[in-house]
Design a binder for this molecule. Structure first.
Ligand code: G4P
Length: 284
């Protein structure tokens, strides 16, 4: 399934991020825990050269628990600080502070050697649309955080949120763009609902989703719709027909309403009604 989309405002977003990155020490890169590689943008490596980095596997509450731990270990093995979280939960913020502390240790050491004491670490949240950047900033800022004034050299009137004596967070996230050239990326982003459905063929999407779920987690389809996939001959289209029957999606005259069943399946996956599912397998 090929998806091509590049709205004009993304060029401006990338330009803004290039500016903002100049005044920060640390990038908090957010990805979706259900598809951690597809929801990354490799540009962040270029933009973040010489900066500290934390990778957050967000929406971990919707991803498989075992896979969350596997993915975290994977990124740690690549030399990154990494944690998984539900960015709506204030309780997860303490671990994030500890992560920021670790990821900025090198910067503090450099400052110390130069005789700079107590300069706060400046961090920015970045990631592709819909991974939860604004949610994290809102949760992290809470009521206690104070907004500080503009910084010299930052002309666009950026606001900083002081989290404690050691950490300031830019209150505007950096927006990156998914790599749609890669067909796999386009599919993953469409499954999790991070692109406008108007540009996606929902029938094709639903069939691809069934195919993937039959491989990854057939039990989820059985639990949600009572469909026994032991019948080896079933094709994705047949499964959608069974979903239509199971959920009473019928047209006048009793024909299955396939279109309605397709949308139901897509929504059930996105809202977590099919359970916690990680779509991308972690490299061994
Ligand atoms: P963005 O700035 O990166 O574009 O993402 P944003 O924070 O707007 O979050 C996109 C959607 O994802 C929001 O839902 C938000 O509530 C949800 N979300 C963010 N973090 C998490 C998480 O860790 N777990 C889960 N389950 N959901 C999360 P929405 O339906 O678009 O908005 P709303 O109705 O919740 O306000």
């Amino acid at each position: 399934m090929k998806i091509q989309w590049y709205p004009g405002h993304m060029t401006k977003a990338v330009r803004n991020m290039q500016e903002d990155v100049k005044v920060i020490d640390l990038i908090i890169e957010m990805v979706d825990a259900r598809a951690p590689l597809a929801t990354r943008n490799p540009d962040v490596d270029r933009l973040g050269q010489g900066k500290g980095r934390i990778i957050i596997l967000n929406k971990a509450d919707m991803a498989d628990e075992y896979c969350n731990r596997q993915w975290k270990d994977y990124f740690v093995s690549q030399g990154c600080e990494c944690m998984y979280m539900d960015s709506r939960r204030r309780a997860d913020m303490r671990e994030l502070m500890a992560c920021i502390d670790k990821a900025s240790a090198e910067k503090r050491e450099r400052d110390k050697k130069r005789g700079i004491m107590n300069r706060p670490v400046r961090a920015m949240v970045a990631g592709i649309p819909n991974v939860g950047k604004s949610t994290l900033i809102n949760t992290i800022a809470g009521k206690s955080a104070a907004k500080t004034g503009n910084k010299p050299g930052v002309t666009k009137g950026n606001q900083w949120i002081r989290l404690n004596k050691q950490i300031e967070l830019l209150d505007t996230p950096g927006i990156l763009w998914p790599r749609f050239e890669d067909e796999h990326v386009g599919e993953m982003i469409a499954y999790i609902g991070s692109i406008n459905d108007l540009i996606v063929n929902t029938s094709e999407l639903a069939e691809c989703m069934v195919q993937l779920l039959m491989e990854l987690k057939p039990d989820a389809l059985n639990a949600a719709y009572g469909i026994d996939l032991c019948n080896a001959g079933l094709k994705p289209y047949d499964v959608i027909g069974l979903i239509a029957a199971a959920r009473g999606c019928l047209r006048q005259g009793g024909e299955p309403d396939i279109g309605k069943a397709e949308l139901m399946l897509i929504n059930d996956f996105r809202s977590g009604r099919l359970g916690r599912i990680t779509l991308e397998k972690c490299p061994q």
